[in-house]
Design a protein around this ligand. Structure first.
Ligand SMILES: Nc1ncnc2c1ncn2[C@@H]1O[C@H](COP(=O)(O)OP(=O)(O)OP(=O)(O)O)[C@@H](O)[C@H]1O
Length: 228
């Protein structure tokens, strides 16, 4: 479902963010992306939703060749991918419900679909009791739950998370990881970039380590491993 073949990414001729990356991720996998700051993790993630294009090589997502796809097909690709960021990217001044509903309005879902789906998602992430609360008044963990609900609203097959626990205390991080695990068990592919060694060691999932733009380690059922 995700395949990067011989991918190179230069931002300019001196900055090679990814070098000869070959990675295949199957449907339903849970994958951690680790590596030092500046290694290329965010670039890897941005390639998946076509925020950046590779300088050379091929990126295939859900059957689409991301490099060659027509501009008008990009929204379709992005709808098949949910994205969660460290700093939430939620709409301030709006309620939890509105934030999740908004993501459905953007893709022109009907009011009926919105009324049916948003409460289900808020229930799934454990936020039903906060649905009318303004986003700004939520705790960090609650904001991240709202961001996850929003990312899932259009039923993506892939959930990409860039440092989703980066702003959270250990206990709240564990709750978010339990939620991501649940989402993964229900069939969504989860890709998570993180610096959190403890979480990666405990989860024992596939770990892809990137260092200076290269995949230096790719292991199933693994821990964080050591920086070389
Ligand atoms: N838009 C850009 N223009 C130029 N260089 C960039 C750009 N984005 C990233 N880079 C460079 O590409 C390299 C990889 O950056 P990237 O953000 O992918 O790393 P990262 O592993 O996600 O780091 P972090 O863990 O700090 O978020 C770095 O050298 C970075 O400075």
């Amino acid at each position: 479902m995700i395949e990067l073949s011989n991918v190179n990414k230069f931002y300019d001729k001196n900055v090679e963010a990814l070098k000869e990356v070959n990675v295949k991720i199957d449907k339903g996998e849970f994958v951690f992306l680790v590596g030092p700051s500046g290694a290329g993790k965010s670039t890897f993630i941005k390639l998946l939703y076509r925020e950046v294009l590779p300088s050379s090589g091929k990126v295939m997502i859900n059957g689409w060749n991301v490099t060659e796809m027509k501009k008008r097909h990009i929204p379709k690709l992005r709808r098949s991918i949910g994205i969660v960021f460290q700093d939430y990217h939620l709409l301030t001044g709006r309620s939890v419900y509105e934030n999740v509903a908004f993501a459905m309005r953007v893709v022109e879902a009907s009011n009926k679909e919105i009324r049916e789906r948003v409460p289900k998602l808020l229930d799934m992430v454990g936020l039903s009791h906060r649905k009318n609360q303004e986003i700004d008044k939520l705790s960090g963990g609650e904001k991240q739950r709202a961001a996850i609900a929003r990312a899932l609203v259009n039923q993506p097959s892939i959930l990409i998370t860039d440092e989703p626990t980066g702003n959270l205390d250990p206990e709240t991080s564990d709750e978010i990881m339990d939620l991501l695990k649940k989402i993964n068990v229900q069939g969504t592919t989860v890709i998570m970039a993180t610096h959190d060694r403890e979480i990666v060691d405990r989860m024992q999932k596939r770990v892809i380590r990137i260092d200076q733009g290269k995949v230096v380690r790719d292991m199933a059922r693994s821990g964080y491993g050591y920086e070389v």
